[in-house]
Design a binder for this molecule. Structure first.
Ligand SMILES: Cc1ncc(COP(=O)(O)O)c(C=O)c1O
Length: 487
């Protein structure tokens, strides 16, 4: 096979051509038909490019971590534990790392039994392992709409049928969830789990209110349903009072000082320390934990002992006042990100048209902006990237049907400096404004409803309602021009 024809030259990011794929087609498992590249992964490539301002990634700002501290901690790991760091570790994780996890969860008011914790290779692996343990093809998962774009391809790979429930300012409306559950029950179906990001949701930026949290846990108990609580951002709160985790509310319901019965908790060091350590965790009822452990054995045996020991060394650090260093670092991140959030909100007010609206997250990394309904942000991304050198995540990536959310976008305010936030938002506003004037020129400003109806809809996903990921626009300028003419 002549690989040079489809490669990028450096051997990375190589895409198979249709001809190449055909040769292997008969060998692929059926599930690969519903496996799509995550929009997020495509976006990560852009963050490597100097000429693009990327507001797309889910990136924290790792440049804030002092290099001398990194060097000191790694030397400490080398001096004290070279042999352990370079050896395999237990699948459930090293005891010193589990200690850190217990400490992080206590900081969020959640007490956990260390025997119910498993250390994973990022929070992303928890989503994968939970699906591996619970999902047969066609099983139902209930998720928020929009939902975490990185979960969408995982749900797709396990051939789940995903029911999405539109969030409002208080997160997932639980009365709507109950209606969906009733409808499914009438069809003899019960979701395998309910997936939620209750704090400063990725991508929506919204937080589930306390009454809804309580009601969700009640509903889970009334109907014996598992909940996957994905909580990377709970400690990154910039305003308002912290809310209890679903896990702690469940444990309270169960009583007797034990853990939760029905909530599987997902945590990660990615946003409070660094995604490069690739360490997350799950806390789960023991029978579920055992299945996650079995799944992880098959996936990677164990998470990296090198980074587990690094995390443990970081958590052992104290500042001059004897306070844990990780808490001071977290405060530093919160001050930085909350300022950047405000910078982005100001820039949006300045550069986005009057039809646009956006969320005001009390924490986390993201703002969800919704533009004039005539704009399709997947198309807009192609233009923004090519003509203005700026990127964001198009809203469709957060919907399993790959169609909804077409006039929305996710913007990351945490990973780029203030000046880039302002400039990036200005550029997106410019491209959006140009597109809107083009609609006006071409069609004499049609009424909005008509314009939206006239827009060609993307094709339905190949499999009945299986999770899918938005296909990103092709990079050719002709295609972009053709799409504009098609309107
Ligand atoms: C909601 C949510 N879940 C899971 C993850 C995965 O995080 P990681 O694998 O880096 O721990 C992310 C990352 O952005 C996220 O936003």
């Amino acid at each position: 096979m002549d690989r040079s024809k489809s490669g990028t030259g450096d051997g990375r990011g190589t895409r198979a051509t249709a001809h190449e794929l055909a040769r292997y087609e008969a060998l692929f498992a059926a599930r690969t038909r519903s496996m799509k590249s995550s929009a997020m992964r495509e976006m990560m490539a852009l963050t490597e490019r100097d000429d693009v301002i990327s507001l797309a990634g889910g990136l924290p700002d790792t440049s804030t971590f002092p290099p001398e501290l990194f060097a000191k901690l790694m030397s400490h790991v080398a001096a004290d534990s070279t042999a352990r760091a370079l050896q395999y570790g237990p699948t459930e994780g090293m005891a010193v790392t589990v200690d850190c996890i217990v400490e992080v969860m206590a900081a969020e008011g959640t007490l956990v039994d260390r025997s119910e914790v498993i250390v994973t290779t990022g929070g992303q692996q928890v989503i994968d392992l939970v699906c591996k343990a619970l999902i047969d093809p066609g099983d139902v998962i209930v998720a928020e709409a929009p939902t975490y774009p990185g979960a969408v391809p995982t749900f797709g790979a396990y051939q789940a049928q995903v029911e999405q429930i539109e969030t409002d300012a208080d997160g997932m409306p639980i009365d709507e969830l109950e209606r969906v559950l009733d409808r499914l029950a009438a069809q003899g179906r019960r979701p395998k789990f309910i997936y939620t990001v209750p704090n400063f949701q990725n991508p929506g930026g919204v937080t589930m209110s306390l009454p809804r949290r309580r009601r969700l846990v009640e509903v889970a108990h009334e109907r014996e349903l598992l909940v996957l609580e994905d909580n990377p951002y709970g400690l990154l709160r910039y305003e308002g009072d912290p809310l209890p985790t679903l896990y702690s509310l469940d444990a309270e319901t169960v009583g007797q000082g034990g853990g939760a019965d029905l909530v599987i908790y997902l945590g990660t060091f990615s946003k409070i320390l660094a995604p490069g350590v690739r360490l997350g965790w799950a806390v789960a009822p023991r029978p579920v934990l055992e299945k996650l452990n079995l799944g992880k054995q098959g996936a990677d045996l164990c998470s990296s002992p090198v980074t587990q020991l690094f995390v443990a060394a970081f958590f052992a650090e104290r500042d001059s006042a004897g306070e844990p260093r990780w808490r001071a670092y977290l405060e530093q991140l919160k001050a930085l990100y909350s300022r950047r959030r405000d910078v982005m909100i100001e820039a949006l007010a300045e550069h986005f048209g009057e039809d646009a609206r956006w969320t005001h997250p009390h924490g986390g990394l993201f703002i969800w902006a919704t533009l004039d309904e005539r704009l399709d942000t997947t198309d807009l991304l192609a233009l923004a990237r090519e003509s203005e050198g700026v990127a964001f995540v198009p809203g469709r990536a957060a919907y399993v049907d790959g169609r909804s959310g077409s006039s929305s976008m996710r913007l990351n305010f945490a990973g780029v400096p203030d000046a880039d936030i302002r400039e990036g938002v200005r550029r997106i506003g410019k491209v959006a404004g140009e597109q809107l004037s083009l609609f006006g020129t071409l069609s004499g400003s049609p009424p909005r409803a008509r314009a939206a109806a006239a827009r060609p809809q993307p094709p339905a996903p190949a499999e009945h309602g299986l999770a899918d990921v938005v296909a990103l626009p092709r990079r050719d300028a002709d295609g972009a021009a053709r799409r504009r003419r098609d309107r």
